[in-house]
Design a binder for this molecule. Structure first.
Ligand SMILES: O=P(O)(O)OC[C@H]1O[C@H](O[C@H]2O[C@H](CO)[C@@H](O)[C@H](O)[C@H]2O)[C@H](O)[C@@H](O)[C@@H]1O
Length: 843
């Protein structure tokens, strides 16, 4: 196939809502002498049928034939829209749409044509609901010319009669529609974002004339045309459709869905990036981790942007690992090692806007490098210009260069975007090449500090930090990796902590449970910082609490009005949106940005923050003024709102309920405030003791279900929730109390399935089924320990270990049947749960 045609098809295949419309005779079916015997090519039918079953893909045939004849001849299934009579007949009851005058006129045409062609050798008539086709293909040439002239001078010239000439046919109709108007109607009816039209005849030119924007037209065979592309015959059409099917299917379902947990994260303390087990940068946002993606291959395949290094000879890597106690990742093949890391130099100089991704290639092999940045999730077409010691990206208002001295690039375009490729013989470079993608810079010159020194400096940051941790003996290295992952999710410039590095990795493969976690939740952030405090590191918690204090200020003295989450800068999130040009991980759509949960009421969020303040004060031995302000604000918020129903920790888009977990966390907040007053001199409020007792009494009475003999998810409702375990984990209920033991057992029975612990099983109003939550497994492990079931705790912990990817990172969830991770990655919840359990079990 012509490469330009293929490139355009590939672009078209990536439109969110595609309409494929084809003419019938001469396009799907080869032209034959007898119109009643025109059958479509079987390969064409197979491709059309398969295309029509794809999501976000519609198929239509727009023919000059009567709809009834088109259906009978083509035998196409009902999911393919058929339009007959040159775009007039959209359904079989069409004849009823003719006015009595049109019926009279059509019958007059039938009679006149019958008279004109009587005794004319080889001329065939094909009556249609709104007119008639006069075929001359089998007539002697002189007879054909005579009949054509007579028709044109006769009924073809009458008022309100439309005469259309095609291949050895003239069509007379009392309707004035044509294929262009039919295409317009289909486009709006089906909500197409782009259209492919394929046709072979003069009548198809009306459809080509109505194409615009990202649409594509293909003319079959000879003849003047408005279509931009041309193929020879109906067999070529079959090839085009088969190719389109393959490309679109790949795009919709994910060309290569690397298991979520197998991705490793690079980080510099502000930015992050994900790398696949075979050294493809598959995810990176710029200028901030919650900005638009520069590489969104993870959610849209290679066309959504990637940066790949591979050996020219191909083959799977020998392995991949983090360089010891750092956030640098090494991927090794025989003769080629790729070392990926994010340079901290700018950040340490106070520049949080710039990010440098360094990819060091070493060895004696030959590597192929493909650089395909696609800013803003691929919505900004870019050009790449070789310049000096590298490449300059054009078409993006953020400067970006790739420094690669001595590397020769070949730049190709797919019509929209440029891609740069290079073959690098490492021996010719002395065994080492450094590729530096500098985001936020157009400087291609050599840095003051050599790459090796910068790597040393960046790695020393992580190593020095890790060296100060109090790590357990149990699974020391994995806990270290979890700690580093949590540290890497901390956004140093503001102190915010991301819930995860990604958006829209699915909780249900192929489903719609895809959310954006690149923000800072009070709950998740506090729990993350708390886990690091448990490991002996205070700065992340101190910075996070400063971030909290900043956000609190923005409530104007109303901490009870806090949103559950904010941007990493402490701002409110814009409304949730969808990137409909991305097909999603393994076809899991939609890809969402922002998160509407920020408008929910979640009254539990004060508890983890209060717990963090208490842990920080205990470790430091003192409470600072701004931490005191934070805890007082949290206690005030609880006092004002604890009695209200809320949306709860899991953010289901459902009416608020009196969630047991939220009430428990309100109790926890006051309990921690009292503890801080006792231990660290926090000014005590008289009301706290009574408030704490009132909340406890309320939860213990209303959260209990006597029939089920368990605390449930919400007052008066029978569904269970793993978060309810916190009734015992906080100490609100003595873990030795039979009601807690019963709750643990009921939770295990209802929500645990093998190695997975589900958060709940109730219908949450969303389609699809999700995996077990790793953090819920951690809560159950802690609960087992609290009720003296150590062996069960150890067993579930071992199962949790198996859910980590090869470089030790955890996603949000686990599918115990498919044995694969689900949800955003790496997920702070999962890592903090793992750290906490390892510390508990190590004791
Ligand atoms: O819009 P189309 O689907 O291409 O229909 C246009 C006309 O196609 C048919 O006639 C043509 O195909 C016949 C079978 O191959 C051939 O014998 C004839 O010469 C062609 O003109 C159909 O019979 C007409 O009604 C359509 O108007």
């Amino acid at each position: 196939m012509d490469p330009e045609l293929r490139a355009c098809l590939a672009n078209l295949a990536r439109t969110p809502q595609l309409l494929i419309a084809c003419d019938y005779d001469g396009t799907l079916a080869p032209i034959v002498t007898d119109p009643a015997k025109a059958a479509p090519l079987p390969e064409t039918v197979a491709a059309l049928r398969a295309l029509a079953t794809l999501p976000q893909t519609k198929v239509a045939v727009i023919s000059g034939r009567a709809l009834r004849d088109l259906a009978a001849l083509s035998r196409l299934p009902s999911e393919i829209h058929l339009v007959g009579s040159h775009g007039s007949e959209f359904d079989v009851s069409f004849t009823h749409a003719l006015t009595p005058e049109q019926v009279t006129l059509r019958d007059k045409i039938y009679a006149a044509v019958a008279d004109l062609v009587r005794d004319k050798e080889g001329v065939r008539l094909e009556p249609k609901p709104a007119g008639i086709a006069v075929h001359t293909r089998t007539a002697p040439r002189d007879v054909a010319a005579e009949v054509l002239a007579a028709i044109q001078a006769g009924p073809g010239s009458w008022d309100d009669v439309q005469s259309t000439e095609g291949k050895e046919v003239v069509d007379l109709s009392v309707m004035t529609t044509h294929k262009g108007t039919a295409l317009d109607a289909l486009r709006s009816q089906l909500g197409a974002s782009a259209v492919l039209f394929i046709g072979d005849d003069v009548t198809d030119e009306n459809a080509f004339a109505h194409l615009h924007g990202p649409d594509m037209g293909i003319r079959v065979g000879e003849g003047e045309t408005l279509a931009r592309h041309r193929v020879d015959d109906t067999e070529d059409v079959a090839h085009v459709l088969a190719d389109l099917l393959q490309i679109r299917r790949g795009w919709l379902y994910g060309e290569q869905s690397v298991l979520i947990e197998r991705h490793s994260m690079l980080a510099d303390g502000a930015a992050n990036a994900l790398v696949t087990p075979d050294a493809r940068i598959t995810w990176m946002c710029h200028p901030k981790p919650d900005s638009g993606a520069l590489f969104a291959d993870l959610l849209g395949g290679t066309t959504a942007g990637h940066f790949t290094v591979e050996p020219v000879g191909g083959g799977l890597p020998l392995g991949q690992r983090y360089r010891h106690e750092t956030m640098s990742v090494e991927t090794r093949w025989s003769g080629l090692t790729v070392t990926d890391w994010l340079d901290r130099t700018h950040l340490e100089a106070g520049d949080a806007h710039s990010t440098t991704l360094v990819r060091e290639l070493s060895g004696n092999g030959t590597a192929r490098v493909t650089f395909a940045p696609r800013p803003e999730f691929g919505s900004l077409p870019v050009r790449l210009q070789p310049l000096g010691d590298g490449l300059l990206m054009l078409g993006y208002n953020e400067p970006l260069v790739l420094r690669a001295p001595g590397v020769e690039w070949e730049v190709t375009s797919d019509g929209q975007n440029d891609t740069a490729t290079a073959t690098v013989d490492l021996t010719a470079f002395g065994g080492h090449v450094a590729l530096e993608m500098r985001c936020g810079s157009n400087d291609l010159s050599d840095s003051a500090l050599p790459v090796g020194e910068r790597r040393e400096g960046s790695e020393a940051h992580w190593r020095d930090w890790a060296a100060k941790l109090n790590l357990p003996r149990l699974k020391r290295d994995m806990v270290m990796r979890s700690a580093l992952a949590l540290r890497a999710l901390c956004y140093e410039p503001t102190g915010a902590i991301l819930a995860a590095a990604t958006t829209s990795l699915p909780e249900d493969l192929g489903g719609v449970r895809n959310w954006d976690y690149r923000y800072c939740w009070f709950r998740d952030g506090a729990m993350s910082a708390r886990a690091l405090v448990e490991l002996g590191s205070l700065p992340e918690a101190e910075r996070f609490l400063k971030w909290c204090a900043g956000v609190l200020e923005s409530t104007g003295g109303h901490p009870e009005w806090l949103s559950p989450l904010y941007t990493i800068d402490g701002g409110s999130l814009p409304p949730e949106g969808i990137i409909d040009t991305l097909p999603g991980y393994a076809g899991s759509r939609p890809v969402r940005v922002n998160n509407n949960a920020n408008k929910q009421v979640q009254l539990d969020v004060f508890g983890p923050v209060a717990d963090l303040v208490a842990a920080v004060a205990d470790l430091r031995g003192r409470l600072t003024d701004f931490e005191a302000e934070v805890i007082l604000a949290m206690a005030d918020a609880v006092e004002r709102r604890w009695h209200e129903p809320d949306h709860g920790i899991w953010e289901a888009p459902q009416p608020p309920r009196h969630h047991v977990y939220s009430k428990v966390m309100c109790w926890f907040t006051i309990d921690k405030a009292i503890q801080l007053a006792d231990r660290h001199g926090l000014p005590r409020k008289e009301s706290w003791a009574g408030l704490r007792a009132a909340i406890a009494e309320n939860v213990l009475e209303h959260g209990w279900d006597e029939n089920l003999r368990t605390y449930t998810a919400a007052y008066g409702e029978p569904d269970l929730d793993a978060a309810t375990l916190w009734i015992g984990l906080t100490g609100l209920l003595d873990p030795a109390d039979q009601r807690f033991i019963d709750t643990v057992e009921a939770t295990e029975a209802a929500l645990r399935s093998g190695s997975a612990v589900y958060r709940y099983k109730r219908d949450d109003g969303l389609p699809g089924v999700e995996g077990g939550f790793l953090i819920c497994a951690a809560w159950l492990i802690e609960s087992y320990l609290k009720i003296g079931r150590r062996a069960d705790a150890e067993e579930l912990f071992t199962q949790l270990i198996d859910q980590a990817g090869p470089t030790g990172l955890f996603p949000e969830q686990w599918d115990p049947l498919a044995e694969r991770g689900l949800g955003n990655h790496p997920q702070a919840y999962s890592h903090l749960g793992f750290v906490h359990c390892a510390l508990l079990l190590d004791a």
